[in-house]
Design a protein around this ligand. Structure first.
Ligand code: UGA
Ligand code: MN
Length: 321
């Protein structure tokens, strides 16, 4: 090809180059993005589909509890970290809409923190605020028994107070459809239901045949008798109060062993969520952040809000102290 071009008369060669140059500049001009930055506020170029509006406010914020319903004790382990206040705010605002609950927030810490105390007080949801630190002997492990001391503390509190009702473990970072509460409220012994966004299968669920639980559909069976997630079951407090069984510090086996220790029988399980055909709770995970250190930066903003804002970030674990 090259030798062929070399052999071409000079005039024709220049003509060919000019043609090539012309065609390519034409193509470049056509495709404006090569030459220009995009137009940020063009005219009416997008389409809009109006699906539906309903301007009637149909919200019923905390419908009054029916006289015959039982109270749900929602047990939420939590610990101080950058994302904590965001998680508890979202979870609390979900629970704001649910009648007849007690929110048991248990901190993995030696003492209750003022930040969590203020948040609970502000929401106005009936609550129990406890602290129970992970024992030192487990803290160095590569796989931590997360939230175990907290949940054991909640079980102890419930056994001491011995109320009637239902207990449900809801981690601070989970997402729950509030319709689930009206279903678990009627738990006689132990109810179970699917959990979404779980490990490899993106779901974990009891297997139901002819209305009965016959096994578990979970990507990590691991020899467990009850292959369920912490958010996948609720217990009537009678079951909790009838034994002293608790949750072991055994990562991955907390749910299974707790249910075994409470003498739960597979025949006792009440399948919810439309016979386990719907997902009403998700094992969501929030991206983890490192606390910022902006001390040098913040000093440049004297006599402004930035100093106080940074103090707030320090108090709520977003920035180093
Ligand atoms: C999964 C399960 O869904 C949890 O129920 C179980 O406790 C956990 O594994 C485990 O056994 O390790 P995952 O999302 O992996 O949950 O764990 P996290 O969300 O980090 O922790 C579970 C709960 O414990 C959260 O409410 C969290 O705030 C709390 N936690 C975590 C502590 O109280 N202390 C910690 O050091 C870590
Ligand atoms: Mn989690």
């Amino acid at each position: 090809m090259v030798s062929h071009l070399m052999a071409m008369p000079k005039k024709r060669y220049i003509l060919l180059l000019l043609c090539f140059g012309g065609v390519s500049s034409f193509l470049l001009l056509q495709n404006k993005s090569f030459l220009k930055t995009p137009e940020y506020e063009p005219g009416d170029i997008e389409t809009t589909v109006h699906c539906k509006s309903n301007l009637v406010d149909r919200r019923h914020v905390v419908p009054p509890a029916a006289a015959d319903t039982s109270t749900i004790y929602v047990v939420t382990p939590t610990y101080r970290r950058v994302e904590q206040v965001a998680e508890l705010t979202r979870q609390g605002q979900t629970l704001l809409t649910v009648p007849d609950i007690v929110w048991m927030v248990v901190e993995d810490a030696d003492a209750c923190s003022p930040v969590v105390a203020a948040l609970l007080d502000r929401f106005g949801i009936p609550y129990v605020h406890l602290a129970s630190a992970m024992p030192a002997r487990y803290r160095g492990l590569s796989i931590l028994p997360r939230g175990v001391s907290n949940r054991r503390a909640a079980l102890k509190w419930l056994r001491a107070a011995s109320p009637l009702g239902v207990m449900y473990f809801l981690d601070d970072d989970n997402t729950v459809d509030i319709r689930l509460f009206e279903q678990i409220r009627h738990t006689q012994k132990v109810s179970m239901f699917p959990v979404g966004l779980m490990e490899q299968f993106l779901v974990s669920s009891p297997v139901i045949r002819e209305g009965k639980v016959t096994g578990f559909f979970d990507s990590w069976p691991a020899g467990r008798q009850f292959a369920v997630d912490m958010a996948g079951f609720a217990l009537n407090l009678r079951v909790v109060l009838a034994s002293s069984g608790t949750m072991p510090y055994h990562p991955g086996y907390e749910e299974d062993k707790l249910l075994q220790n409470l003498n739960v029988n597979v025949h006792d399980i009440e399948p919810l969520a439309n016979l386990c055909t719907e997902v009403l709770v998700w094992h969501t995970k929030t991206k983890k952040h490192k606390p910022t250190n902006l001390l040098a930066e913040v000093r440049r903003y004297e006599n402004s809000n930035i100093g106080s804002l940074y103090e707030h970030m320090q108090a709520t674990a977003m920035a180093v102290a």
